[in-house]
Design a protein around this ligand. Structure first.
Ligand code: AMP
Length: 280
């Protein structure tokens, strides 16, 4: 596995790959790697000759300085995991490599960023677009891999790719959410939970699973209320939002269409903010 920290060095290796007419899959991450990230790497390895993984904790997408400061970082452990996952090249830039100048771009997502996460995390998706567009321009992969765990992010990335980065011709591939044995969606932030909170957190996916199965007998409003109440019953959990949205537009729907509608939640578990979603 090759470890690169500069664009210059990365480009040297990418040129060799391109000259040999081999394909490149790209998995952007913020590190603190887990099985969710590994599933994206496996998918990329299956579909491409080479896989590039980036590790970069992007300050521009953190609306909360405390969240940025506490974000788990463990490069040594990440490198061991990447080696065992058959990653070919890992790119670990520092902030000046990505933002040599102040990045003041403002993206228009046609409203996709005005709901759910966008409503509660001001500027978050603009920051995501800033870093992903920089990374795409640097790596220029054939395909890039994202997890459905970050449901709204996938919609934003697809929009960004189509409307701002079409010259790069990148295919966006979405991979399923990987869960712990008790159903909790894997997340780097789970590391920040204590053992009691960790136990409570499994109620989030359990509740979504229950109500995505029995939705037909309940109105949408009632469904949102029931999910909210059931999660809030645990004193360690506090729902920030529950929304039931169209998979394409992310707009709140009145009528649930199986295969086209998803329930999305954000829940505080102590100070740790967790998100999850499940299709109907
Ligand atoms: P992050 O390091 O949190 O920025 O995530 C990097 C990529 O891994 C994103 O595309 C995430 O959606 C994806 N990812 C994170 N957690 C999971 C999971 N539990 N299952 C599948 N993909 C995930």
């Amino acid at each position: 596995m090759i470890i690169t920290r500069t664009k210059k060095e990365l480009h040297r290796y990418l040129k060799l790959i391109r000259d040999a007419e081999k394909s490149v899959g790209f998995v952007p991450t913020m590190g603190a790697l887990h099985e969710g990230h590994l599933s994206l790497i496996r998918c990329s390895n299956n579909e491409n000759n080479f896989t590039v993984v980036s590790i970069f904790v992007n300050p521009l997408q953190f609306n909360n300085p405390e969240d940025l400061e506490k974000y788990p970082r463990n490069e040594e452990r990440d490198l061991d995991i990447l080696l065992s996952a058959f990653c070919d090249i890992v790119f670990i830039p520092d902030i000046r490599e990505i933002y040599p100048e102040k990045d003041e771009r403002v993206f228009d997502f046609d409203g996709l960023d005005k709901v759910m996460e966008g409503k509660y995390r001001e500027g978050h998706f603009n920051g995501v677009a800033q870093v992903v567009s920089k990374l795409f321009e640097i790596v220029k992969p054939d395909k890039a891999y994202f997890g459905r765990k970050d449901f709204q992010q996938v919609a934003i990335i697809k929009f960004l790719n189509k409307n701002y980065l079409s010259h790069l011709n990148i295919d966006i591939v979405t991979c399923d959410t990987i869960r712990e044995a008790d159903g909790l969606a894997m997340s780097s932030r789970n590391e920040l939970l204590d053992s009691v909170q960790r136990k409570s957190a499994s109620l989030i996916s359990k509740t979504l699973k229950k109500y995505t199965k029995i939705y037909e007998s309940i109105s949408k409003r009632e469904l949102i209320d029931k999910i909210t109440r059931e999660i809030n019953k645990d004193k360690n959990l506090k729902v920030e939002y529950v929304d039931i949205v169209d998979d394409e537009t992310l707009r709140t729907v009145d009528k649930i269409k199986p295969g086209k509608t998803t329930v999305c939640v954000a829940v505080y578990c102590g100070k740790v903010r967790l998100i999850d979603n499940m299709p109907f």
